[in-house]
Design a protein around this ligand. Structure first.
Ligand SMILES: NC(=O)c1ccc[n+]([C@@H]2O[C@H](COP(=O)([O-])OP(=O)(O)OC[C@H]3O[C@@H](n4cnc5c(N)ncnc54)[C@H](OP(=O)(O)O)[C@@H]3O)[C@@H](O)[C@H]2O)c1
Length: 247
């Protein structure tokens, strides 16, 4: 048997089979496209009512229909996959995100790369320093969304805790506010919100997806929870310029 390091290097060059869980959403569709662009074989999981949202992508991937927290659907979809890209959405008040994360953690083969999406508000170690606007949204909109039974932010917190404490090769990508528009390239990242280079708090959704897909083959991101910002966001550009000047 090859040493683990060699095996992972070989996987990087092979045609990967990846599963996109939440494939029909905006982030999911971008991830499917990036994965196909890399020549990967793609399995997409989405709700039956959402299959049409896949458009032309539908004919280029294997579609598994069902709720993303349905353990049987996930078990079948991730079978034989080298990597799983999971959109964690705290929809409703029935632990949808936690159920989704747990199904992925339980059913993906050992050694597979698992990459999960969430927002900046998730903190792995409590050392993030949040802008007042984000604190206000979590404090005010969070309880309102729960009251309306629309979403439960704590569900995404629970989902991520399950990932952080799992014995898997995970990465949790924490997205800033998102905008649509053409790609600016791979976002830059930091271990903690509060790092000045993130302060613009804007990332193109297409680039959030790019970062998720790139993480599949970037072993330096294993057991990291990168908070990302757009490569051409003013704060990222200012940081790049300042570090260039110091050289
Ligand atoms: N929106 C932001 O500004 C923002 C900022 C930072 C991070 N993020 C993160 O980015 C990821 C994607 O979020 P997004 O806001 O950009 O949305 P999105 O990509 O459109 O994804 C929304 C997901 O929610 C699912 N969904 C919608 N209604 C549902 C329901 N009633 N029951 C179950 N699932 C339902 C959708 O599935 P269907 O296709 O089946 O409807 C889709 O997979 C999330 O992990 C989020 O935490 C978002």
């Amino acid at each position: 048997m090859k040493p683990v390091r060699d095996r992972h290097a070989a996987e990087r060059n092979a045609k990967l089979k990846v599963c996109v869980i939440g494939a029909s959403g905006k982030l999911g569709r971008y991830m499917v496209q990036h994965a196909l662009d890399r020549g990967y074989e793609v399995v997409g999981v989405c709700r039956a009512a959402s299959v049409d949202k896949l458009g032309d992508l539908r004919d280029r991937i294997t579609v598994a229909t069902g709720a993303t927290d349905d353990r049987d659907v996930i078990a079948r979809a991730v079978d034989g996959c080298d990597g799983v890209l999971t959109v964690l959405v705290p929809r409703g008040v029935n632990h949808y995100a936690a159920g989704t994360a747990q199904a992925v953690l339980d059913h993906t083969r050992g050694g597979a790369r698992l990459v999960f999406s969430c927002g900046w508000h998730i903190s792995r170690d409590g050392l993030d320093v949040y802008p007042w606007k984000l604190r206000a949204i979590v404090k005010i909109a969070g309880p309102l969304a729960r009251l309306a039974r629309f979403a439960d932010l704590d569900d995404q917190v629970d989902a991520c805790q399950r990932v952080f404490t799992s014995n898997t090769r995970w990465t949790v990508v924490r997205g800033s506010d998102l905008t649509e528009g053409p790609s600016q390239g791979l976002p830059v990242w930091s271990r903690h919100v509060g790092d000045p280079k993130l302060s613009s708090n804007q990332t193109r959704r297409v680039d959030f997806a790019l970062f998720m897909v790139a993480a599949l083959t970037d072993d330096t991101l294993i057991h990291e929870a990168p908070a990302i910002v757009g490569r051409r966001a003013p704060s990222a550009l200012a940081h790049a310029e300042a570090t260039q000047e110091l050289r």
